[in-house]
Design a protein around this ligand. Sequence first.
Ligand SMILES: [Zn+2]
Length: 190
Amino acid sequence: MAVRPIVTYNDPVLTQVAIPVSKDMVELGVFIADMFETMDHAKGLGLAAPQVGQSIRLFVMDADGLDEENPADSTPIGRRVVINPEIISESQETVTFEEGCLSLPELRDQVSRANEVTVRFQDEHFASHEMTLRGWTARVFLHEYDHLEGILFIDRISAFKRALHKTRLASINANEVDAGYEIAPKPSNS
Ligand SMILES: [Zn+2]
């Protein structure tokens, strides 16, 4: 297992729509183990494959116990590998809460998301699961799912609020932020 460097804002891999994962993908087990190790090392609640430079539809998450005020409001699903996820439905009811992202070190803002979401995905054995998630579990799932669609949480806030982060985004783009974990070098010619 190895900790992989994390790709940050303005790397083209973060804006690509990721491709489905197939069973015959080489070294998938090693990749999943590395994803968990990288997430834990960076103290993240979730990590999507594009964030380590692989544009495939896979993420890991570990968001249980996050809702300290209302633990019953969040659906516990444990440490999970999520492969080829689909969003089946989202609640009309939304919740606004502060989010961060390992690809946007030291940047946080309020993001509005559905409070309940019904999803389908495959696990590491390619068994299918369908479940309804609420609260933080739903939020983390939707945040990681967005990464597979090439969307960052700052794409979900107003242009006005995004403009307030201009300086921070410029330093992240220049790899000038000390994230506390290894950051991948920016690809050349970008
Ligand atoms: Zn993220």
